[in-house]
Design a protein around this ligand. Sequence first.
Ligand code: GUN
Ligand code: FE
Length: 437
Amino acid sequence: ITLRFTITDSSHYHIVHCLDDTEAGLQFFTDGMLLVKDGKVIELGPAENIRAQLSADSLIIDHGEHLICPGLIDCHVHFPQLDVIASYGAQLLDWLETYTFPSEARYGDPEIAQADANFFIDELLRNGTTTALVFASVHPTSVDAIFTAAQQRNMRLAAGKVLMDRNCPANLQDTPASAYHDSRELIEKWHHQDRLLYAITPRFAVTSSDAQLAAAGQLAEEFPDTLIHTHLSENLDEVAWITELFPHARSYLDVYAQHGLLRERSVFAHCIHLHEEDYQEFAQHGGGMAFCPSSNLFLGSGLFDLKKAHAYGVNVGLGTDVGGGTSFSLLQTINAAYKVLQMQKQSLHSAEALYLATLGGAKTLGIDDKVGNFLSGKEADFIILDNTPTPLLARRLAQAHTHKDALFMHMILGDDRSISETYILGERVYKKGTVSS
Ligand code: GUN
Ligand code: FE
């Protein structure tokens, strides 16, 4: 066994992470070190304490004035929608018909799927995203492609085959039986291989029959530690259609709950147009929400109520929702989240924003024992935030009075240019300015 150490060090050296979602839970080290061995965090602390633990073969990496932060977690993103991003002029249901379904139809081709999976994963890493919960397409080959790309880079990533057997083009439909068998095979092939996790992925209740939702529920029962990943209450026309399709359900959420799809590690993207009882059901059954502000603005879907989700103790993470969303950057997504919350007279301080993009996301995906911050024993996925990525951000950071102000500036003015390096399990997989990771 080779022992690999990656240690970061400097005389005034910055590290930030969250212990919880409060301002008090934001830990900032101005002279800190992160001690990593065999891909795991050994310890984070003041440099003088850590230095005492170093051995002769320790590798010390000095990131100077730049900020070290846990890898960002994208709780909702579509890999076969790379070529849908920035499509003009439609809201959800038209957007799906016009742009999204035609794009996803190409992913039955294993060569296209593999090439685009590699591009997609590299784009995540270039944006500082080290973990994501990913929609593939209806084709099992698209799931093989995304897991292969993630596994080659040692990433912790969850994904699943989309299930849809109605209200979409015939060439994109599966059936309840094929959905069950294909998902089952993919679970047996990929779930818990290295750092990969399978997510049972009915697209949304519009495109899954009762029989197919029942099949998804059966899988969820047979494989209780998989994730479940779907869309919920994003757009008012969608919600109205659900009422027609499921006249006996109490609500949209109830359609999923009745099929056993609301449980721990169920992740619902959007959750905008909910009833009070829905929040109660979330609180009781433990499902999480992916807040996708850039998508919600781009598609004109509505404003996510973070305050209410928190009041009910529901786990919330951030999703870019590319291609409905307009950026792979979770910094840009925080920027959009801040504005969505401002429109509702809610606030989002920098500690809570960092929490949503790291530990909150990890909790939502049920992997907060593995990633999300720098507690001892966690997997060492982290990023280096450049403090001079653009002239404007450099100028504003030089004026910051507090660490929290500086962090807020990174979030509002930052994007992919802010990510100078990305590390997976203590190994650098991306460095800004190099063509390939
Ligand atoms: N609802 C059902 N499918 C989709 C999708 O691909 N993107 C978004 N944003 N919402 C959906
Ligand atoms: Fe989505």
